[in-house]
Design a protein around this ligand. Sequence first.
Ligand SMILES: [Fe+2]
Length: 453
Amino acid sequence: MDDDYYFRLALSRCLESHGYKVECAENAKHAQQLIALSVYSAVISDIQMPELNGLQLLKWINETRPMPVILITGFADLLETQEAYNLGAKAFLPKPFKAEAILEALSACFSGLEPKAKPAHLDSLYCGIPIDDFVSGSQIRYDIHVRLSAEKYLRVAHGGEDISIERIRSYREKGLFFLYLTQEDYRKYIGFNISVAQALTSNALITRDRKIQFLKVASESVLRALYQSEFDENLYRNTCTIVESTLSALSDEPELLHLLTALASHSEPLYAHSVAVSFYSAFIARALHWKNPQNLFKVAAGALFHDIGKKEISPSILKKARSELTIEEVILYESHTGRGTEILAQISSIPTDILQIVHQHHENQNGSGFPSRLRKDKIHPMSRVVCLANEFCKLAMQTSSGPPMTAENAINRILSIGVERFDHDCMKALISLFRYPSNLELFNTLRRKAGAT
Ligand SMILES: [Fe+2]
C-alpha cells in the first residue's frame, strides 16, 4: 500500500511475477476497508502517507487483524521507524530497494521463522556519529543507519542521498542524537583506512570478538563513571560516542586490538586512565569547537594509546609516586613516550598525528616537559589537548597514591601549579565543561598576573 501509483504498480507486478496474489490500496483508509472485508497474509506499506500514516495503520492492524506488516522507510522516517519497531513491524525496507529485498522480507514473514537463538549483539559492527556533525554540513557518502536496539540496526538512507539540513536539525530537536555507519564505512569517513583482509581462523575470530566485547564493556563502565551533573548532557553523550566509535574502529585492526588488550591486561587502572584521557581529550576538543571527524578520531585514538609505552614498564614502578622513584626508575618511566611511539610506528595504518600525540603528551608549554623539552608552538595542537586531559585525569581519578580530587579542586590545582605548563585555550575549554565559578576566577586572576609581569 503506497500513495504513489507507479510505485504500487511496479511493486505489485514484481510480486505477482513471483507467484504472490496482490491487492493494492492507494491510501491507509482504503487498506483498512480491504482488510476488513478479506483475509490477507501480510501488508506492505509506506510510512509516509496523507491522513493516516503507516504507523497508524500498523497500530490498527495490531488491534484488529494482527498479521505481518512490512514498512517501507526513507531517511525522512527516522523517528517513526523506531516507534514502528517498538510496535512490532515485521521488517523494514529502506527506499530505494531491490526486488530481492522485498521477496526476502516476505519469505521471512511466511516461513514463520523467528530467530531461535538470541540475535547477535551488533553494537561492535556500527559506529555512531553525533547528529551535530551532519548539521555542521559534512557530506555523507555512505549508507546511514539508526540503532533500534543492540540487536537491530536499520539502514535509513543510501550513500549519496540528499539530506536536508533542516530535517536533521529537527531530528536532533526531537531527541535523536546519533546516526550510525557500518564499521567499514566509518573508517573511510574518519580517514582511517586499514586493511582488514587478515586471514583469521574461526577460533581466532571467537577470541577477537571476546576481546572486543571485554574492551567495550570495560570502557562503557569507565565512561559511565565519568559523568558529572555539571556536564552538558548532549556534549557528554556525543563525546562518549566518539570514544566508543574510536575504540571500535581501532579494535578492527588485529595489531591494534592486541595493543588495546595489552593495555587492559597490564593493569586495570592503566586502561581506565587511558579511556578517561581519551574521553576528556575529545571533550576538550569539542569544547574548542573542533568538528572535523578525522581530527576528533585522531585525538581520541592518540589519547587512548598515549601511555601504551607503559606496557613495557613494571606495574610496581608505575604505582610509585614520582618523588619515590630512583634516578634509574625516572629514566625508565620517562622512556614510555618514546617506547609508545616506537610500538605504534610499527603499524603502518597509524597516522603521524597519533604518533606525535604519544610522543609529546608530557611536553609542557614552558619547556619543562619530556622527552624533548619542546615549547609552545613546537608542541602539536592535539598533544596540548591530551597533555591537559592526562594531567586532569591523574588528579581527578582514583590512583594507587591517593583518593581522587573533585573536578573543581583538580582544575584549581592544575591552575595553581601549572598555568604556564598548559595551553591556555585548552584550559579555558576544560573550565567551560564544568563551569565552576572558582576555576574561571582563578584562571583570570593568574592570567592577569602573568600579563602584569
Ligand atoms: Fe604518560
